[in-house]
Design a protein around this ligand. Structure first.
Ligand code: PLP
Length: 402
C-alpha cells in the first residue's frame, strides 16, 4: 500500500478531475468527444506568432544549460519593461521570476507565504488552481462573492466581511476565468483599499490582460497601487497562444523591503527547482516586444470576437439559459435557471451530458461557485463547432431531469 498524503485530502482540480476521466474512458471505447473544457489554443488552430516560435528555435543551442534560477536576464528585462510601460513604477529584471507557466508560480508564491491556519481571499468563482494551491499549503481559501448581476464584479462588502486576523493575501483574477469579467478601476481601487487597510499581499493573475472585447480596458493592478506589495502573474499561454511552452512570469512591485523575508523564501523555492524550462524563455522578449497579433482576433470580424458573440447569442437562445457577455478571456459561463432546471449535482449533469451527447464542458462548482447552476464553455472553436456543441447542449437540456 502506498498511501496518499493527507495534505491532498481537500485539494480539487475539477477541470481535469472525474469528468475528464470519464471522457477518456469514452474515447478508449471509440467515441469522439467534442472538448470545450480547457483553454488550450493549439487544438483549435490558434497558434503562436511565427516571430515567437522562431526566437525559441534560433536560440535552442544556447538553451542547453540551466539558467539563472529566476530566468534569463533578457526575458526578465523584457517583462520589467512591459510593466513599466503599463505604469508600474521602479521595477527591473531583479523583480521578475520566470516559471513553467503561471501555474508553477502560483504554487511557489503561495508556498513561500502560507502556514497552516492562514487564510487567502479568493474569488468565487475562481480559476481553481488558486483554491487548490492554498489548500495544499494547509491554509484556507475564503471565497468572496463575484456578483453575476453586476457582470461578475467582486462584491466589496462581501470581500470585507471575509477578512479575519488570519487573512494574509488577496487574489484578484482580472480578466476573469471563468466569468469573462473585466474589473472596473473603481472595483480594483476598492479591493486595493481593503488590502491596504488589512496589510494583505496582493496576488494579481492577469494572464488574459490583452484578451479584451468591446473596448474593455484592463487596468494593471500593480500600477494602481505602487504603495502595496503586488505580485503580478502572466505568461505566454493565452495572449501569445503558446500554453505548451509552459512559460510564465511573476513581477514583484511596491515596497519590496517590507517583503524581504517573503522574497527570500520565494528565491529559495526558485532555486530549489533549478530554473524554469530555458528554451521557451527566449520567446518572451519576442512576444512582449513584437506586434500584438492577438488584437486582430478581438476586433469585429476577428475570430475570437465572432466566436464569443456567437456562443453568447446561441446560449442565451436556449430556454432557461442566460449568460453574461464576457468582456475578456476565452470562456462563456452560462447560468441554468434553477426554476427551469432543478440541478442538485452539476458534476453529474456534466457527466450525463458527456455520456449522452459526447460533449465535454466544465461544471460551475468546479470553479468553487457555491450553487450548482452554471457551466463553462470555451469559445476557442470555430462557429460551426460551437453551433454543433450548443445544439447538443440544447437537445440534452430539453429532456434532462435530475
Ligand atoms: N491563471 C488563469 C486565470 C488561467 O485561466 C490559467 C489557465 O487557464 C492559468 C493561470 C494557468 O496558466 P499557465 O498555462 O501559464 O500555467
Amino acid at each position: 500500500m502506498v498511501p496518499q498524503a493527507s495534505r491532498l485530502n481537500n485539494v480539487r482540480y475539477d477541470i481535469r478531475g472525474p469528468v475528464l476521466h470519464r471522457a477518456r474512458q469514452l474515447e478508449a471505447e471509440g467515441h469522439r468527444i467534442l472538448k470545450l473544457n480547457i483553454g488550450n489554443t493549439a487544438p483549435f488552430g490558434l497558434m503562436a506568432p511565427d516571430s515567437v516560435v522562431t526566437e525559441l528555435v534560433q536560440n535552442i543551442g544556447e538553451a542547453q544549460g540551466y539558467s539563472d534560477a529566476r530566468g534569463i536576464h533578457s526575458a526578465r528585462l523584457a517583462v520589467a519593461q512591459y510593466y513599466t510601460t503599463l505604469g508600474v513604477p521602479d521595477v527591473g529584471p531583479d523583480d521578475v521570476y520566470l516559471g513553467n507557466g503561471v501555474s508553477e508560480l502560483i504554487v511557489m508564491a503561495l508556498q513561500a507565504l502560507l502556514d497552516p491556519g492562514d487564510e487567502v481571499l479568493v474569488p468565487s468563482p475562481d480559476y481553481p488552481l488558486w483554491t487548490g494551491a492554498v489548500i495544499l499549503c494547509g491554509a484556507r481559501a475564503a471565497h468572496y462573492r463575484c456578483d453575476e448581476q453586476t457582470g461578475w464584479q467582486p462584491d466589496l462588502d462581501d470581500v470585507a466581511s471575509k477578512i479575519t486576523e488570519n487573512t494574509r493575501a488577496l487574489v484578484i483574477i482580472n480578466p476573469n476565468n471563468p466569468t469573462g469579467a473585466v474589473y472596473s478601476r473603481e472595483t480594483l481601487l476598492g479591493l486595493l483599499d481593503l488590502a491596504r487597510r488589512h496589510g494583505l499581499l496582493v496576488l494579481a493573475d492577469e494572464i488574459y490582460d490583452k484578451i479584451l472585447y468591446d473596448g474593455a480596458v484592463h487596468e494593471s493592478t500593480a500600477a494602481l497601487a505602487p504603495d502595496l506589495v503586488v505580485l503580478t502573474l502572466s505568461g505566454l499561454s493565452k495572449t501569445y497562444r503558446a500554453p505548451g511552452f509552459r512559460t510564465g512570469w511573476l513581477l514583484v512591485s511596491g515596497p519590496r523591503r517590507e517583503a524581504a523575508g517573503y522574497l527570500e523564501g520565494l528565491e529559495l523555492l526558485a532555486n530549489m527547482r533549478m530554473c524554469p524550462n530555458v528554451p521557451s524563455q527566449y520567446a518572451i522578449q519576442a512576444a512582449l516586444g513584437g506586434p500584438q497579433s492577438i488584437t486582430a482576433l478581438l476586433q469585429p470580424g476577428g475570430r475570437l470576437r465572432d466566436q464569443r458573440d456567437h456562443a453568447w447569442e446561441k446560449l442565451n437562445a436556449i430556454p432557461g439559459v442566460d449568460c453574461v457577455k464576457p468582456r475578456g478571456a476565452l470562456y462563456v459561463f452560462p447560468r441554468l435557471d434553477p426554476d427551469v432546471y432543478k440541478i442538485s449535482d452539476d458534476q453529474q449533469l456534466v457527466i450525463d451530458l458527456l455520456e449522452q451527447q459526447h460533449l465535454l464542458l466544465t461544471h460551475g462548482t468546479g470553479f468553487n461557485l457555491d450553487t450548482p447552476d452554471h457551466l463553462r464553455m470555451v469559445f476557442l472553436a470555430g462557429i460551426d463547432v460551437l453551433d454543433d456543441a450548443i445544439g447538443r447542449l440544447s437537445t440534452f437540456l430539453s429532456t434532462y431531469r435530475q
